[in-house]
Design a protein around this ligand. Structure first.
Ligand code: NAD
Length: 370
């Protein structure tokens, strides 16, 4: 049938010894970029995404359209639909899975706790259940998060630091994912590599993230809230540019060892690894805003507030030497450079160049008259 042909065609590599990768969350921010990059170098890519309504679905559809134009098919379906997953693995002998589908965001969890359990815990298990019985067993690279460091305040964060104090339900389910990975590696010999992403930003980004909605609010003349920690320090994030993160994902896929299978004693245990993928230089959120003001040519209206206990942590800071050693990961994009690319995309995507020009004239006029 046509469906099978589409799926197989999309997942077939176009270069000798190319990978065949199932990318979950392919209509998402990181997933769409990673799918592009894999396709570009000739790997086979099949996407899976449930197009949930956590944020603007039209943005996910637009990413899907772009992927389609590059020959990447995204199947609409949920991680918890085991028959669908089994069918995909029956049709395609995936060599790798890049598992990025998840319920993201820390604040949303306070009102929607169950959606985190459904996607990040049950959904991950559903995927691993199908992968463990697939032939061949794919090597799995999945997105964990810097949020697992929680209330740990040893900085920069290294993989060996404690991760037993999550500050949000999101973090708790990401941490649970790491424990679940351990179990599937131990019992079934699945090869599993976890990547702890640190505040990823860039073109086609997520509208629920601060750099994105600050841009929107500044352009709309709305007041933005800047958080200070309980002890009056500025909140800081180790903002990591999307292209750096994607390079890290590809590096992890390329160096992932094969699964050994449950009877894999002959070849020794399959690998289980966890790496930080950050930028190694935390930036206070106030600095983020001043870079945006410079790029937009518009002054922000700011309001400083004490950070509530809503799941956010005061700062994040990655040590990435492990990823550097094992697959050459090196973040190279300065925040100002990456934000320039984001703003350029934002203005183009929303078709608001003329509005931005007007705002800039207005704010130039405003400062001249002072
Ligand atoms: P995203 O929300 O843009 O992408 C996730 C995609 O997964 C979405 O398109 C969503 O529709 C899909 N999805 C969610 N639940 C699903 C389910 N049950 N079945 C099928 N599809 C489902 O988020 P992103 O920023 O691209 O994040 C990708 C991964 O990286 C996530 O696992 C996230 O937790 C992790 N992460 C992201 C960041 C960041 O700063 N962006 C930081 C740390 C970790």
């Amino acid at each position: 049938p046509t469906w099978e042909r589409q799926v197989r065609h999309s997942a077939t590599p176009r270069r000798p010894s190319g990978l065949s990768v199932l990318v979950t969350g392919a209509a998402g921010f990181v997933g769409s970029h990673a799918s592009f990059a894999l396709r570009k170098r000739g790997d086979g890519v099949l996407g899976l995404d449930n197009f949930n309504h956590y944020y603007d679905v039209s943005l996910k559809r637009a990413r899907q359209d772009l992927l389609r134009a590059r020959g990447v098919h995204v199947v609409e379906g949920d991680l918890n639909d085991s028959p669908l997953l089994s069918r995909l693995f029956d049709v395609v002998p995936f060599t790798h899975v890049l598992h990025l589908a998840a319920q993201a965001g820390v604040r949303f969890a306070m009102k929607n706790p169950q959606s985190y359990v459904a996607s990040n815990v049950a959904g991950f298990i559903s995927l691993l259940e199908v992968a463990k019985s697939a032939d061949p067993q794919p090597a799995i690279v999945w997105a964990s998060s810097s949020s697992v460091y929680g209330l740990n305040r040893q900085s920069p964060f290294s993989e060996a630091h404690r991760t037993d104090q999550p500050a949000s339900l999101y973090a708790a389910t990401k941490k649970a994912g790491e424990e679940i990975a351990h179990t599937y590696n131990h019992i079934y010999g699945l090869s599993l590599t976890g990547l702890r992403f640190f505040t990823v930003y860039g073109p086609w980004g997520r509208p629920d993230m601060a750099y994105f909605f600050f841009t929107k609010d500044i352009l709309q003349g709305k007041t933005i809230s800047l958080f200070k920690t309980q002890d009056d320090k500025e909140v800081a994030r180790d903002f990591t540019y999307i292209d750096d993160v994607v390079r890290g994902c590809l590096g992890a896929l390329d160096t992932a060892e094969k699964s050994t299978g449950s009877g894999g004693k002959k070849r020794g245990p399959a690998q289980l690894r966890v790496y930080n993928l950050g930028n190694t230089s935390p930036v206070p959120v106030g600095r983020l805003v001043s870079i945006l003001e410079g790029l937009l040519g518009v002054k922000a209206k700011k309001h400083i507030v004490r950070m509530p206990r809503n799941g956010d942590v005061p700062y994040t800071h990655a040590n990435v030497s492990l990823a550097g050693r094992d697959f050459g990961y090196r973040p190279t994009t300065d925040l100002a450079v990456g934000l320039r690319k984001f703003v350029k995309w934002y203005v183009g995507y929303y078709g608001i160049q003329s509005k931005v020009n007007k705002l800039q004239e207005g704010s130039r006029g405003g400062s001249d008259s002072k």
